[in-house]
Ligand binder design. Structure first.
Ligand code: PLP
Length: 410
């Protein structure tokens, strides 16, 4: 009972964890750490220990924590108007959509609250677009090892059996092809394909970039068969690769029909977007789709402020990301348990020949937050405000832990 609980300020990490274990759905395997506040690139636990945050709430806290300009607009807007629903207009949706059109090359935005919700809407858009051409044009082509979210539609295009298995049957007519296999892609896309869905840099799957030729092939096949090309930029987009979007990276420049983004967009306030060209957007007519919370004044205003700050930060993301990549490669040469370093900008992965979980746990004890995906890939999603000094500190800790790591067989 609430009355029996200690005040929040007096809750130890143990009390926080015990309470959750008793009452919160046990769907997450959390690390044994509670955080109570953050500032810049660091977060603090209830006992006041400081951690360098190189996972940023899985790529959400892109400006770190308590960024003064973000705090300021949240305060101002909370006192004016947080939400008004999509029954009415407010000043910030149109402004944000105009800004997104400018930086994405796509004209029309739909606002929602998460990556999965954005993917759901993009799938509906592709289905409606296909349906208007032929009732049997409803198939999707997606990639093996991909991740697009946890709702049933998003799971249907997620190419990882471990996420899908308990919920099948999912949407019919989804074909999965191997990443960067041009022939497989060509064979899978047909006149029945409504949409091709891809992350240009697979995130959850272990930081696997698509090649420029593969992405160009997807663009060509979508055109040839009048299917929509849907880029899922939820993790790899909005600044993280050093360009606004991964499809703008040099050697990868294409324009998808539809782009989906979410994670860093409003610095922790939930906000997802579908940004589409006029052809794709025309498939959704009044009444066909919606979201009660989507595109509230607070979320949109924060995103506008974030995009202003991001414009100034893009060169730093490229510079610090490049520096981090070099430093991780140096570690890879020194430690035999490192197989490969992959990624771009501030989205980097280090694949190990051993499980990564213990390194993540030991890193917490050393004051560094990262995570491990696909069992063996250490994933780094540092805040865009990270400096070379922050990188040096992270690399020092990782180097120390790699030096202590034992091969799995021993
Ligand atoms: C995180 C992620 C999603 C799902 O986003 P949620 O906000 O958790 O629903 C979808 N696609 C990609 C590529 C992601 O990384």
């Amino acid at each position: 009972m609430t009355s029996a609980l200690p005040p929040v300020s007096g809750m130890s990490a143990q009390v926080i964890m015990d309470l959750e274990r008793e009452h919160v759905l046990q769907n997450y395997a959390r690390y044994p750490l509670a955080v109570v506040r953050g500032k810049g690139c660091h977060v603090y636990d209830p006992e006041g220990h400081r951690y360098l945050d190189f996972i940023t709430g899985i790529g959400v806290n892109a400006l770190g924590h308590a960024h003064p300009r973000i705090v300021k607009v949240i305060r101002e807007q909370a006192a004016l108007l947080i939400h008004s629903s999509n029954l009415y207009y407010h000043p910030y949706q149109g402004r944000l959509a105009a800004r997104l059109a400018q930086i994405s090359g796509l004209q029309r935005t739909f606002f929602c609250n998460s990556g999965a919700e954005a993917i759901e809407g993009a799938l509906k858009m592709a289905r409606a677009h296909g349906h208007a051409i032929h009732p049997e044009k409803f198939e999707f082509v997606s990639l093996e090892n991909s991740f697009h979210g946890r709702t049933l539609g998003a799971l249907s295009v997620t190419g990882q059996p471990k996420y899908r298995g308990d919920f099948e049957p999912l949407l019919a007519g989804v074909r999965f092809v191997a990443l960067n296999d041009m022939a497989a892609l060509e064979a899978a896309v047909t006149e029945r394909t409504a949409g091709i869905v891809m992350e240009l840099i697979q995130g959850e799957g272990g930081i696997y970039p698509l090649t420029g030729e593969y992405v160009a092939k997807a663009r060509e096949l979508a055109d040839r068969h009048n299917a929509l090309l849907i880029a899922d930029e939820t993790q790899c987009g909005v600044g993280r690769p050093g360009t606004y979007f991964a499809y703008q990276r040099s050697g990868h420049v294409i324009l998808p029909d539809v782009m989906v983004a979410a994670k860093p967009l409003a610095c922790g306030i939930p906000l997802g977007i579908i940004v589409a060209n006029e052809k794709a957007a025309a498939a959704i007519k009044p009444g066909m789709h919606g979201s009660t919370f989507g595109g509230g004044a607070l979320a949109c205003r924060v995103a506008l402020e974030f995009l202003d700050i991001l414009e100034e930060l893009l060169p730093a993301i490229q510079r610090v990301g490049g520096y981090f990549h070099v430093k991780l490669n140096e570690l890879a040469r020194k430690h035999s348990c490192v197989k490969e370093v992959r990624g771009f900008g501030l989205m980097l992965g280090m694949e190990l020949t051993i499980p990564g979980k213990q390194i993540v746990l030991d890193a917490i004890a050393e004051g560094l937050l990262l995570n491990c995906t696909h069992d063996t890939v250490l994933r780094f999603l540092p805040p865009y405000i990270a400096t070379e000094r922050d990188v040096d500190q992270a690399v020092k800790i990782i180097g120390k832990l790699l030096g202590k790591a034992r091969p799995a067989a021993e």
